[in-house]
Design a protein around this ligand. Structure first.
Ligand SMILES: [Zn+2]
Length: 302
């Protein structure tokens, strides 16, 4: 029999599907954890069968039978009015009734949330923002997204897009975005956008971690790129603070590894843009690493 306190979570990613059984008596730890390839190019039905496969694998690995409820984090969001997925970068998932299909396939009740929301939930409940009532979890990587957690619960929003700050526009920016607008935050401070800026200044075709190292070594174009990150991040996040005024902001994704984001000088730039004379908001890196997505999915069952 399945012990009632163990929670099963699935993190559906573009390339990997991760499953974990989380030990409720030891928050932030997994009893079992395993992966399968998503195989997104093989289409929607294949992805469904891979998710079912991860659940079967967890049953085999643990000797437990599947629980009546399973949490799943997905790229994109469920449109609350139709129950269909939208805004997913795994395009074959869009407009599919994935929740109903998975419930039929797995025989379990499925609780589903956007992966950025799962990240925010995990860091709020068992990660870097434990003890904070309002948490804004930022994904700052190849794209820019986010999720809002209030008193331990995800705030999904009417359209399921609460926390999606990456497609707000920035003053003075005009780079065209795939969303159809131009000057989006994502087009300025996502990893590929910063790498593009670096090349435009005259830099080489290199990735952001290398640019960060070159900045430390004093290279002019790299310093310009990181100073742009500082200034544009500050302006972007200040708009979130003015509206949500969270207790903590946790920055996940590859760009979130850049130490400059947590420097006092960056806080000063944020303060310059908010409607207050001081900034008490904690702006911190995540502590759960790759586990945040799958833990957040399991924590949907709380
Ligand atoms: Zn956009």
């Amino acid at each position: 029999m399945t012990p009632p306190l163990n929670k099963w979570g699935i993190d559906l990613g573009g390339t990997k599907i991760e499953g974990a059984i989380m030990d409720s008596s030891r928050p932030g730890e997994a009893l079992f954890r395993l992966r399968r390839e998503t195989g997104a190019t093989q289409g929607y039905e294949h992805i469904l069968s891979q998710i079912e496969g991860v659940i079967s694998d967890l049953e085999s690995a643990s000797g437990l039978s599947r629980p009546s409820k399973i949490g799943i984090g997905t790229p994109g969001a469920l449109e609350p009015s139709t129950g269909r997925l939208k805004n997913s970068n795994t395009a074959c998932l869009n407009d599919q009734p994935i929740l109903q299909d998975l419930e039929r396939l797995t025989g379990s009740r499925i609780l589903m949330a956007n992966d950025a929301n799962c990240f925010a939930l995990a860091e709020a409940l068992v990660g870097a923002a434990v003890g904070s009532s309002v948490v804004f979890g930022v994904i700052l990587g190849t794209g820019v997204g986010g999720g809002v957690v209030v008193n331990g619960r995800i705030l999904p929003g009417l359209h399921g897009i609460a926390g999606e700050w990456g497609h707000n526009t920035l003053r003075g920016e005009s780079h065209p975005c795939y969303c159809g607008r131009s000057g989006c935050i994502e087009g300025v401070i996502a990893g590929p956008s910063l790498e593009r800026f670096y090349r435009e200044q005259g830099g080489d075709t290199i990735r952001l971690p290398e640019i960060s190292l070159r900045a430390k070594a004093g290279e002019k174009f790299a310093i310009q790129t990181l100073e742009r990150l500082r200034e544009k991040f500050a302006e972007s996040i200040a708009a979130v603070i003015n509206i949500l005024d969270p207790d903590a902001i946790v920055i996940g994704g590859g760009v979130g590894n850049i130490p400059l984001l947590y420097e006092e000088q960056t806080r000063d730039r944020v303060l310059a843009h908010i409607f207050n004379k001081e900034l008490r908001t904690r702006i911190v890196p995540p502590i759960l690493g790759d586990s945040a997505g799958v833990f957040g999915a399991a924590l949907l069952l709380d």
